[in-house]
Design a binder for this molecule. Sequence first.
Ligand SMILES: O=C(CO)COP(=O)(O)O
Length: 248
Amino acid sequence: MGRKFVVGGNWKMNGDKNQINEIVNNLKKGPLDPNVDVVIGVPAIYLSYVKSIVPENIGVAAQNCWKVTKGAFTGEISPAMIKDVGADWVILGHSERRTIFGEKDELVAAKVAHALEQGLKVIACIGETLEEREAGKTEEVVFRQTKALVPAIGSNWDKVVLAYEPVWAIGTGKTATPQQAQDVHAALRNWLSVNVSGDVANAVRIQYGGSVTGATAKELAARPDIDGFLVGGASLKPEFVDIVNATQ
Ligand SMILES: O=C(CO)COP(=O)(O)O
C-alpha cells in the first residue's frame, strides 16, 4: 500500500483570532483532497480555540512540548496538556527550536519519546544548514539527527512523520529542487532500511519543508520519496489548499 500524503502547516508564532478565523474558513471552503492527511501546527495559546472551530478531519498540532508530564517547568507545556485540549499532534525538533533555543539531538529525542508515550503523534524535524550542505555533510547530519530518534521512537514509527527541512530553505524563498529533496529522502529511507527495518523504511512518511508554495508543490510531490510537506509561510495563506492538493 502506498504512503498517504501528509501536509502540515506550521504557523510558527503567527496569527491572532481574526487571522485564525480566516485561515480555518479557507480550509473549510477547501475543497481539500480527502486522500491527504492535513495537520495544522498552531501556537500553544490557540490550541483550544483552533480545536473548537476546525473540522474533525484536520489534525491539530502543538509546535513544541516538554519531556515530562507536569511539574516546575515555568513556561512549558506537556503532551498530557496538549491531549487534554483535544490536539493529537506535536511538531518536535524544528530547526528554529534547535538553533534559536539550543535544542540538541538528545533533548529532541527525549521529547519525542515522552510525546509518543503519552499518545501524541509526532512530526519530527531534521535538516542540515547551508554550511553543512556546502561542506558535503548533508547525509551525515540528517543520519545523525535520525539516529538519535531511533531509540526514542522504538516501535512507534506508525505514529511518526519525519520532516526533512533543509535550514537554508526555511523562510528564504529558496526551495530545494525536487531532485535535491528526493535525493535526501531516498538516502534517509535507505538509512532506515539498514538501521531500523525495511518495513519502517517503506511505511514512514517523509515530508519536505522549506519555502514550499502553491507554485512549487506539485513538482516536489511528484517525486517518489516525498510524501508530503511541512509548510511555514504559505500555510497562513489561501494557497495552502493548493499545497494540500498537490498530488491531484
Ligand atoms: O519551517 C518550515 C516549516 O516548519 C518552513 O517554513 P517556510 O515554508 O516559511 O520556509
